[in-house]
Design a protein around this ligand. Structure first.
Ligand SMILES: Cc1ncc(COP(=O)(O)O)c(C=O)c1O
Length: 352
């Protein structure tokens, strides 16, 4: 059942939303437990948290805006770009398959949205994106590593798109970049006045329930975003969690290593079972299971393993997406996959 748009699969192993399957740092929990009633009764003052996040990313505080999850950041980028433009012909570009909120956000502000399909094997359609840029282009959503494919966009390609669209804001969503740190272009952000990088603490840091995202960019580029950001969009519990998460320097590398191990286990299982998959730079793996994908997702759920059905997206037909987290959870997923293959539900490489 879906209430207020929230996908709720019920009990079981949550491998459908790319969360941290092991939970957050214990230090986060300790910090939250230490909060007092008066902390909660007052409106949050998170100026020092903005500064701490700036230090974390190596930028001054005026180079970032904290958002209520990167989801909010995506909507703010769309509102800031199109909300006051009073020109219904302005365009956004979204390479697909994509994280749904890019399309929801551009639709919400009535932007003309140009969807660019991928090349073979989800190759990033660099030339097609550049060819789609017009004087009317105002916003481009790029996502590396990409959800749902796990593919990365090479740095030279990002540079070409950024250079081709100086009149647009290029949002580079790096929600999963902790799993592939070399893929981040944060280091060259000072050279790109039209880029906003999106980051989140939901994934590798395990703080999805806290809703903490960040937009990072040149202060002038962020002005329009600040103008539409609700005051007090972050809350005290989340900021307390964030502070503790940043202080725990062992949590992140340990989880990134676990995810790497889990991805390899998923690849090995796919090879063994004959399931086509795409090697991923993120904490999930996209697999091609064929025409009975939705049935397979239901079957896996029946075994207590919830995965994401991506088969209805015209650009990822027959696909499911499985989160790679704690290795014991991955082993449970592999066992469930083995069962659906044994039941003959999966179009394996040999049955296709
Ligand atoms: C590509 C991408 N961007 C942004 C988000 C949203 O992150 P947050 O939890 O910070 O809203 C997600 C979450 O699934 C995502 O996959």
């Amino acid at each position: 059942m879906t209430v207020q748009g929230i996908p709720s699969p019920g009990d079981g192993l949550r491998l459908h939303l790319n969360e941290n399957t092991g939970g957050c740092s214990e230090r986060v929990m300790e910090a939250i437990r230490a909060l007092r009633g008066t902390d909660i009764a007052t409106y949050p003052d998170y100026r020092h948290d903005v500064a701490a996040v700036g230090r974390h990313f190596g930028v001054d505080p005026d180079w970032l805006v904290l958002t209520n999850g990167l989801d909010e950041g995506i909507f703010l980028a769309a509102i800031a770009t199109f909300g006051r433009a009073h020109d219904a012909s302005l365009e956004a570009i979204v390479p697909v398959p994509a994280f749904d909120p890019y399309l929801t956000a551009t639709a919400a502000v009535d932007a003309v949205t140009i969807r660019i399909p991928p090349g073979p094997d989800f190759a990033f359609p660099a030339d097609a994106v550049i060819a789609a840029v017009t004087p009317k282009t105002r916003l481009i959503f790029l996502n590396t590593p990409n959800n749902p494919t796990g593919q990365t966009i090479p740095r030279e390609v990002l540079r070409r798109i950024i250079a081709a669209a100086p009149q647009a804001t290029v949002v580079i969503d790096e929600a999963y970049v902790e799993f592939d740190p070399a893929g981040s272009v944060l280091d060259e952000l000072p050279r790109h006045a039209n880029v906003i990088i999106g980051r989140t603490f939901s994934k590798a840091y395990g703080l999805a329930g806290m809703r903490i995202g960040v937009l990072i960019g040149h202060p002038e580029r962020l002005e329009a975003i600040r103008a539409v950001t609700p005051v007090f969009n972050m809350n005290t519990v989340a900021m307390t969690a964030l502070h503790a998460a940043l202080a725990d320097t062992t949590f992140l590398p340990a989880y990134v290593a676990a995810v790497d191990d889990s991805r390899r286990r998923l690849y090995a299982a796919c090879e063994r079972l004959g399931i086509a998959y795409w090697p991923s730079a993120a904490n999930f793996v996209l697999m091609h299971v064929g025409t009975r994908a939705s049935e397979i997702v239901a079957h896996l759920a029946g075994r207590g393993v919830h995965v994401r059905d991506r088969s209805k997206d015209p650009h990822s037909p027959g696909c499911i997406r499985v989160t790679a987290g704690v290795t014991a959870h991955t082993d449970q997923a592999v066992a469930a996959l083995e069962a659906v293959v044994a039941a003959g539900l999966v179009e394996t490489r040999s049955t296709r």
